[in-house]
Ligand binder design. Structure first.
Ligand SMILES: [Zn+2]
Length: 283
C-alpha cells in the first residue's frame, strides 16, 4: 500500500506530464472505484488546464483552471502510468489499453496518464478548490509530517493523553497525516522507542526526537523514489513503487542493523498489523 513517499514520487513523476497542460480528453471507463465518481467527471475534466499538482497526506491534488480540484487516491493497488512524449521527457510509446485502466487523461502535450486499479480501493473526486478544507477525506487530517505544523509541541501535546501504543498513535492520521505501517516501524527503530510503549509514557525529550526522525525517514524514502524516477525512461512508465532498503520493516529474524547489537528483528502484531522492531535497541 503506497505511503506518503510513494505518493510524493507519483506526484513528482506526473508533474512534467500534467502540470501546466490541458486535459484534452478524459476517459472514465466505469462509474466508480471505491466510491462512485463525481457527476459528469469526464465533462468537468475535459478542456481544463492543470494549474498545479500538489500532495496532501496520501492524496494527489490537481488544481484545475475551472476552480475545481481533482483528488486522486491510489488505495491498495492503484497505479499511475505515463506514456507518450510530453516535451521529450518520456520516450516510451503508448501501450495497449489494459483491462483495469479505469481513467485515462490525454494531455495536450501528447502524454497519456492512466489510472489502473485491479482491486478498486482507489478513489477520485472533484471539489471546489476553495472548499477543500471541508472535504470528507481531507478535513480529518492532522498536520503534514514535512510541514511546519508538525513540531515538538504538537506531538508532545498529542501524546500526553494518548493511552494507546506509540505505534497506533503515529498511525492516527489526526496526529500526523500520511504515515503508514512501514515508515512508523522505521522511525521507531531510529528513535529507539518500542512500538508497544504507551504514547503518554514516553518522555517529552524522546517524543520531540521523533519529529526530525520522522522527517528524515520520509525524506530518505522520497530521495530513493526520486532516484527511481531517473530510471523512468527505461521502465514501463509506472510511477511510485521503488526499491528501498529498510532497517526493520519486513526483516523478521534478520540481524539488527544497529552497531554492536547482536539481536534479531522481531515481528509482532498490533491492531491486526505487523510491527517489526529490535527488542534490545527499542525500549
Ligand atoms: Zn538491536
Amino acid at each position: 500500500m503506497p505511503e506518503l513517499p510513494e505518493v510524493e514520487t507519483v506526484r513528482r513523476g506526473l508533474t512534467p506530464a500534467m502540470e501546466g497542460q490541458v486535459i484534452a480528453q478524459a476517459d472514465v471507463n466505469r462509474p466508480d472505484l471505491r466510491w462512485p465518481f463525481p457527476d459528469r467527471m469526464a465533462e468537468r475534466l475535459t478542456g481544463q488546464t492543470v494549474l498545479r499538482l500538489r500532495r496532501r497526506s496520501k492524496y494527489v491534488l490537481a488544481d484545475l483552471s475551472s476552480g475545481e480540484t481533482l483528488l486522486i487516491h491510489l488505495g491498495m493497488s492503484g497505479r499511475m502510468t505515463v506514456s507518450g512524449d510530453p516535451l521529450g521527457q518520456f520516450t516510451h510509446t503508448h501501450p495497449a489499453a489494459e483491462k483495469h485502466d479505469h481513467v485515462v487523461f490525454h494531455m495536450g502535450n501528447g502524454a497519456r496518464v492512466t489510472f489502473n486499479d485491479p482491486r478498486r480501493f482507489g478513489a477520485m473526486d472533484l471539489m471546489e478548490t476553495a472548499q477543500e478544507g471541508t472535504h470528507k477525506l481531507l478535513k480529518v487530517l492532522g498536520p503534514e509530517p514535512l510541514g511546519n505544523d508538525f513540531n515538538d509541541s504538537h506531538l508532545i501535546k498529542a501524546f500526553e493523553t494518548k493511552n494507546s501504543p506509540v505505534k497506533s498513535a503515529l498511525l492516527d492520521q489526526r496526529i500526523v497525516s500520511g504515515l503508514g505501517n512501514i515508515y512508523v516501524c522505521e522511525a521507531l527503530f531510529r528513535a529507539k522507542i518500542s512500538p508497544v510503549r504507551k504514547a503518554k509514557n514516553i518522555s517529552k525529550a524522546r517524543v520531540a526526537s521523533l519529529v526530525p526522525i520522522i522527517r528524515n525517514v520520509l525524506t530518505d524514502a522520497i530521495e530513493a523514489g526520486g532516484s527511481s524516477l531517473k530510471d523512468f525512461r527505461q521502465a514501463d512508465g509506472e510511477l511510485g513503487y521503488f526499491q528501498h532498503s529498510f532497517d526493520v520493516y519486513g526483516r523478521e529474524n534478520a540481524p539488527c542493523k544497529a552497531l554492536n547489537c547482536t539481536h534479531t528483528v522481531q515481528r509482532i502484531v498490533q491492531s491486526g498489523r505487523s510491527s517489526f522492531y529490535c527488542a534490545s535497541c527499542q525500549t
